[in-house]
Design a protein around this ligand. Structure first.
Ligand SMILES: [Zn+2]
Length: 124
């Protein structure tokens, strides 16, 4: 049984696209999901310590107990929890990875953008 980890928005429209993409991308059986409204905002701005801690706690269960070696941080078009333009969200993705890298060593972290057609794009 192999797991990876998704830090995804709570939005129901992005759950299955992200899970399907990640099962294929990492060849895993299961995707552990850590969801918040607009998680890239929380990780990029680091303005809500309790929320950050909650995300890190849940990610560490996935990496420690399920031996997940790969984390995807996700943002999407038309996000109600993070109503800023797409370019701002993509910058938040970059900043969110930096925040995660400080906490999660030895795991691969990728950035996913889910567009207005609910297609998943992996950003470089
Ligand atoms: Zn959202």
């Amino acid at each position: 049984m192999a797991f990876c980890t998704a830090i995804n928005c709570m939005d129901g429209r992005v759950q299955l696209p992200v899970i399907n993409y990640l099962m294929e991308r990492f060849g895993v059986d299961y995707v552990d999901s850590v969801t918040e409204p607009g998680p890239v905002k929380i990780l990029a701005e680091q303005a809500a310590p309790a929320l950050l801690e909650s995300i890190f706690n849940r990610v560490s269960i996935s990496t420690d107990k399920h031996s997940s070696k790969s984390i995807a941080i996700c943002a999407h078009a038309d996000c109600a929890g993070n109503p800023v333009d797409d370019q701002t969200q993509k910058q938040q993705l970059i900043d969110a990875v930096k925040t995660l890298q400080d906490k999660c060593s030895g795991v691969e972290i990728i950035k996913l953008w889910i567009d207005e057609n609910w297609d998943v794009q992996e950003l470089p």
